[in-house]
Design a protein around this ligand. Structure first.
Ligand code: ADP
Ligand code: MG
Length: 357
C-alpha cells in the first residue's frame, strides 16, 4: 500500500477515503496560505486527478468559466499522460515500443531530455520499468530482488531512446513515466487557461505543488507555505508572483518493509530510492514544467550538485529557477533570488551566484 505520509498524530487513525480527502485538502489549503485575500471573493474547485488532490482558486469575473475549463484540461492531460491509464498516449507508446508522440508529449519529452542532460541523468523519464519493478503505483509495492533490479537498470537511460523524424523508438524493455514532470506541465497549462479567461489572479495546488498567476487580488505576493516534513507546520514561507513552487521529498509517497521506508523518487544510477542527504527540495520558477522536473532531479542529486546546477543551468536564458533545500542535518539553504522572499525559523544559508570570472 503506497501512502502519503500524514503528521504522526493522524497516522494511527483509521479514516474513510472521503475523510482522508478532506484532511488532505485542509493540509493543501494550509500549505498554500491562500485564504481570502484583499476582499475579492475567490471561486474554488476541488478534485482528485493524477493520483492526487487538486485545489483550484481564481478571482475576478471569468473565474467560474476559467475553473470549468481548467477542470476539463486536467482530465484531458490525465488521459494523455498517465501511465496508470492503459489508453493514455504514453501507455500506448510504452506498449508499442515506438510511435509518433503528439505535440505536447513531444514538448515534454524534449524538456525531459534537456534536463536529463543538465542533471547528468538524475532526471530520467525512462525510470518506468524500475517504477513497475518496485510496484510503485500498485497496492503491493515491495523491495525487488537485487538481480532483477540489476537487469532492470540495463533498460533505464534516455540515451537509449531514439528520436527521428518525429518518431520515438524505445530501447528493448524501455518505458516512459512522465510522473516527475506532468503536474508542473499541467499547472503551467492552467495558468494559460486562467489568463485566456481574463483571470489575473489565481492559484492552483496539485497535491501541494503550487503555481500562481499574478498577485493576490490585494496586489500582494502570494504566500506559499512549504511543508515541514518533520511536523505539522511549515519549513518556511515563500512570497511569489507568477511562479510555480514545486516540492519533491521522500516523505510524500512511500512504503515500509523490514522497518525501512522506501519512497518513490528513484536514483536512475542505482535503481533504489534516492538518498542524497536531502529531505526536501522546492523549486521556484516561472516555468511549472521546469520546476517540477528540477525538484525531482535536485532531490536525486543532493545539495551540492543541485546548487551547481542552479549556478550553471539556472543562468541559461529562459531557464531561471531558485531553490529551497532542507538537508538531513536540519539546515535550510536558499538560492540568492529568494533571499528576501523566504522566511523560516530554521538556520538559513543563502547561496550567491558565482561571478563570471
Ligand atoms: P510528486 O509527483 O509526488 O510531486 P515528483 O515530482 O518528485 O513527486 O515526481 C515523482 C515521480 O516521478 C515518481 O512517482 C515517478 O513517476 C517519477 N520519477 C521517479 N524517479 C524519477 C527520476 N529519477 N527521474 C524522473 N522521474 C522520476
Ligand atoms: Mg517533480
Amino acid at each position: 500500500m503506497i501512502r502519503r505520509r500524514t503528521p504522526p498524530d493522524r497516522r494511527a487513525e483509521k479514516k474513510s477515503p472521503r475523510q482522508r480527502l478532506a484532511a488532505l485538502l485542509c493540509a493543501v489549503l494550509l500549505l498554500c496560505g491562500c485564504g481570502q485575500a484583499g476582499g475579492a471573493e475567490p471561486v474554488k474547485r476541488e478534485l482528485f486527478a493524477m493520483d492526487t488532490v487538486m485545489e483550484l482558486t481564481a478571482y475576478g469575473e471569468g473565474a467560474g468559466e476559467a475553473l470549468d475549463a481548467a477542470t476539463a484540461e486536467i482530465a484531458r492531460l490525465d488521459k494523455l499522460l498517465s501511465t496508470g491509464n492503459p489508453d493514455s498516449e504514453i501507455s500506448r507508446l510504452n506498449a508499442a515500443g515506438s510511435g509518433a508522440p503528439g505535440e505536447e508529449a513531444l514538448a515534454m519529452l524534449q524538456e525531459a531530455q534537456r534536463i536529463y542532460e543538465r542533471t547528468d541523468g538524475a532526471f530520467d523519464v525512462t525510470v518506468y520499468p524500475l517504477m513497475q519493478l518496485w510496484g510503485f503505483g500498485t497496492d503491493a509495492p515491495a523491495v525487488p530482488d537485487p538481480a532483477a533490479l540489476a537487469a532492470c537498470l540495463e533498460r533505464v537511460g534516455m540515451d537509449k531512446l531514439t528520436f527521428s523524424d518525429g518518431m520515438l523508438t524505445l530501447g528493448k524493455g524501455q518505458g516512459i513515466d512522465l510522473g516527475g514532470i506532468a503536474k508542473g506541465y499541467t499547472s503551467g497549462r492552467l495558468m494559460q487557461i486562467f489568463a485566456a479567461h481574463g483571470v489575473e489572479s489565481g492559484l492552483v495546488s496539485l497535491g501541494g505543488n503550487v503555481q500562481c498567476l499574478g498577485t493576490r487580488p490585494d496586489g500582494e505576493p502570494w504566500r506559499c507555505g512549504i511543508r515541514d516534513p518533520e511536523g505539522t507546520g511549515y519549513l518556511g514561507i515563500v512570497r511569489v508572483t507568477d511562479a510555480a513552487v514545486i516540492t519533491s521529498g521522500g516523505y510524500e509517497r512511500y512504503f515500509e518493509e523490514g522497518g525501512q521506508t522506501y519512497h518513490h523518487i528513484l536514483d536512475p544510477k542505482t535503481g533504489y530510492p534516492a538518498q542524497s542527504g536531502l529531505v526536501s527540495v522546492t523549486v521556484v520558477s516561472a516555468n511549472g514544467m521546469l520546476a517540477d522536473a528540477l525538484s525531482t532531479a535536485c532531490f536525486v542529486m543532493g545539495a551540492e550538485k543541485a546548487i551547481a546546477c542552479w549556478q550553471t543551468c539556472g543562468a541559461e536564458e529562459g531557464a531561471a529557477f531558485e531553490l529551497v533545500l532542507l538537508t538531513e542535518d536540519g539546515r535550510v539553504t536558499v538560492t540568492e533570488g529568494l533571499k528576501d522572499a523566504f522566511t523560516t525559523d530554521y538556520p538559513l544559508d543563502v547561496i550567491e551566484r558565482a561571478s563570471g570570472g
